[in-house]
Design a protein around this ligand. Sequence first.
Ligand SMILES: [Zn+2]
Length: 114
Amino acid sequence: MLKRERKLEKKIAKERIDILFKLMEEMKDKDYDLARRYVELARRIAMKYRIKIPKVFKLKFCKKCLYPYKEGRFRVRIAKSRVIVTCLNCGYVKRIPIRPIRQKISKENKKGKG
Ligand SMILES: [Zn+2]
């Protein structure tokens, strides 16, 4: 019997999430419901393979109803130290704290592909 290659599985899962979010970006102006479906799929993959959805992507959809952020569908307000995003579909309020930018030398070992 073949041994499951969990590391490889997770790698592929991450790639799929990446692709799904890219598709979501492309589709959200054309077919909003399909864009939501992509988010749903990405979330399912993340759960199945127990990987985290990258923070950047997490900011792109409503946690509750999974609809991707789009102008007119969400209300964005900036408070003292946080950004408050309200989903106009389900009413979910997301508060994103703003932290002062720490000056850190970014690691330059990331290889740019593409
Ligand atoms: Zn929502």
